[in-house]
Design a protein around this ligand. Sequence first.
Ligand SMILES: [Zn+2]
Ligand SMILES: [Zn+2]
Length: 236
Amino acid sequence: MKVSPHVIRIGGIFGTGVWGANVYLLIDDKLTLVDTGFRGRANQILRKVKQLGFSPSDINRIIITHHHADHIGSLAILKEITKATVLAHPADAPYIDGRLPQPGPARPSSLGKTLYRLGRFFPVTPSTVDQAVNEGDVLPVLGGLQVLHTPGHTPGSICIFSPEERVLIAGDLLANRFRLGLPSRTFTVNIEQEINSIKRLANLDFDIICFGHGAPITHGAGRAINGLIQKLENTI
Ligand SMILES: [Zn+2]
Ligand SMILES: [Zn+2]
């Protein structure tokens, strides 16, 4: 699914994005992949790349929005096949390269425990992070791709903003599973920090927002996010 002229969404398993995170492909002279889904998604992703007329080696960057298994599960195999450079925030890098184990749920709940147990069926192969990205970095993709450090869900969560496409890729900063809202609280390490990170989006000029989970908002996304920020203000 095309979300803007140069941004393609590859939906989660069953096409819903509910089971396993969405993956995004940014099309420039080379390809940039944002997240990789659970382990086992590499073939689906590479099939899409070929359908678009590219070859796997055209992927020269893989940006990871955060370290959760549903975003980095297919990273190791995709890095091996494509030889792409892997980019992530330094605060999440130790969980991606295996220096630290994947943490369990941030707060105990039966859902969290079940998901954590399920998580063992989706083990993560550690992968080197080649390039640390930080707040304010601009990557040479789509005329300048901005990195926002938006901690809360994980310490090193990032959003990717393309002013040229007016697209924000939010990772799990927000989710749009059934309606627009916060991501899974069970897996969010610091809700207060998360809400502060969401509030930063109020100053950003975008039309389209893409989520790790759920369908993108392709019209008036800035307005929708500002509405949500208002609601969060009122509930605090
Ligand atoms: Zn996720
Ligand atoms: Zn997550």
